[in-house]
Design a protein around this ligand. Structure first.
Ligand code: UD1
Length: 345
């Protein structure tokens, strides 16, 4: 049976590109819309080398309603949306809050506006465990309280969840699945696509792999005096391909009307917390490559420990993160080596 077309906003980005691959593997025709603000067109080549299919691509900014309208005119068969298009650097959001609110919220509102009139059945929204702040209890379930956001970036995720809820409660003729990601890491095992941060990476894994390859002198490990088993922060590092697979299941669930609810929220994590030092050790073990590091002061705004209880997603979606962390570290490293081969860095 021919499957419905899916619009992937931000589809040339890190999680978006991996999701496009999984959608194509599941037989979905995909249209990507991306303004290439934090990615580039070569990602389309990488996707095509993996799946043999080049996704449709529209270079446009989702805050531009005229461009989005034209996109829906061109592709009237779109029945599902996965919305990745957003700015995501916590630090930058403190400097440029308007950029974050405008980008992230206008994109979402434009999509919600158009979905109703164009007969789109559902939207998957990329949210974050950042909505739980410093949780009172780990592992975190979806019922954990939402804490006040500590950055404009985090606030856009909370407000976006509220906008979706309000629009659907007002009777919008579509469904939504909100996915709260923990810490996505790694790359496609083919090393054809992966994470490509702009400038100096703020996140742990790209900084670590760039240090391992010699682009950065040493990794600063932010804080060793936390109240955790080894003193380092703890996160739930989830393989990006596992994460991508969950989006295919979520979109299918809405398109095939498998859910009784109009809005559902799922935590996407492994259920295992790893400390920053345990992750460095896993990388070294998996790749045989040493990572020079130093202990640095705590980073302002960091959460001490957070990891997921993914039982609800496991049961209801029939989805589970299954990639061992060593495999994920090897894919992250293979991707870094590929970037070197290509002369990117
Ligand atoms: C952050 C955001 C999260 C966002 C995610 C992706 C917060 C509280 N969370 O997650 O909402 O979705 O980025 O952009 O801001 N670390 C080092 N050295 C480094 C880099 C990081 O030790 O050079 C440590 C951090 O202190 C932290 C862990 O590694 O303990 C993970 O950091 P990072 O990859 O930046 O992700 P989060 O801060 O967890």
């Amino acid at each position: 049976m021919k499957k419905d077309m899916i619009l992937v906003t931000g589809g040339t980005g890190y999680i978006g590109s991996h999701t496009v691959v999984e959608l194509q593997k599941a037989g979905y025709p995909v249209v990507i819309v991306d303004n290439l603000s934090n990615s580039n067109k070569e990602v389309l080549d990488g996707i095509e080398r993996i799946t043999g299919i080049r996704p449709e691509f529209v270079e446009a900014d989702c805050t531009d309603m005229a461009a989005l309208t034209a996109l829906f005119d061109k592709y009237p068969g779109i029945k599902g949306i996965i919305n990745f298009a957003a700015s995501k650097a916590v630090g930058e959001s403190m400097q440029k809050p308007i950029l974050y609110y405008r980008n992230n919220l206008n994109t979402l509102m434009n999509l919600l506006d158009l979905m109703g009139e164009r007969g789109v059945k559902g939207i998957v929204f990329s949210s974050s465990c950042t909505v739980y702040g410093e949780p009172d209890v780990n592992p975190v379930t979806e019922a954990a309280p939402i804490k006040k956001a500590t950055s404009p970036y985090g606030n856009t995720k909370q407000i976006s969840e509220e906008i979706i809820t309000d629009v659907i409660n007002a009777g919008a003729p579509f469904k939504s699945i909100i996915l709260r990601y923990f810490n996505p890491v790694g790359a496609h095992p083919s090393a054809e696509i992966g994470e490509l941060p702009n400038g100096v990476p703020q996140n742990l894994i790209p900084y670590l792999t760039q240090t391992a390859i010699g682009v950065r002198k040493e990794l600063s490990v932010f804080g060793n005096d936390y109240n955790t088993r080894d003193g380092y922060c703890i996160r739930d590092f989830i393989d990006v391909v596992d994460l991508a697979r969950a989006h295919v299941i979520a979109v299918e669930r809405m398109l095939e009307d498998k859910s009784p609810e109009k809005i559902e929220i799922f935590n996407l994590g492994t259920g295992n917390g790893l400390s920053v030092m345990e992750l460095i050790n896993a990388f070294e073990r998996a790749t045989g490559v040493k990572v020079p590091y130093k202990i640095a002061p705590r980073r302002a705004g960091d959460i001490e420990q957070v990891w997921a209880n993914p039982a609800y997603a496991n049961e209801v979606l029939g989805w589970k993160a299954e990639t061992p962390i060593e495999d994920t570290m090897r894919s992250a490293w293979a991707w870094q080596l590929r970037l070197r081969e290509r002369g990117v860095m």
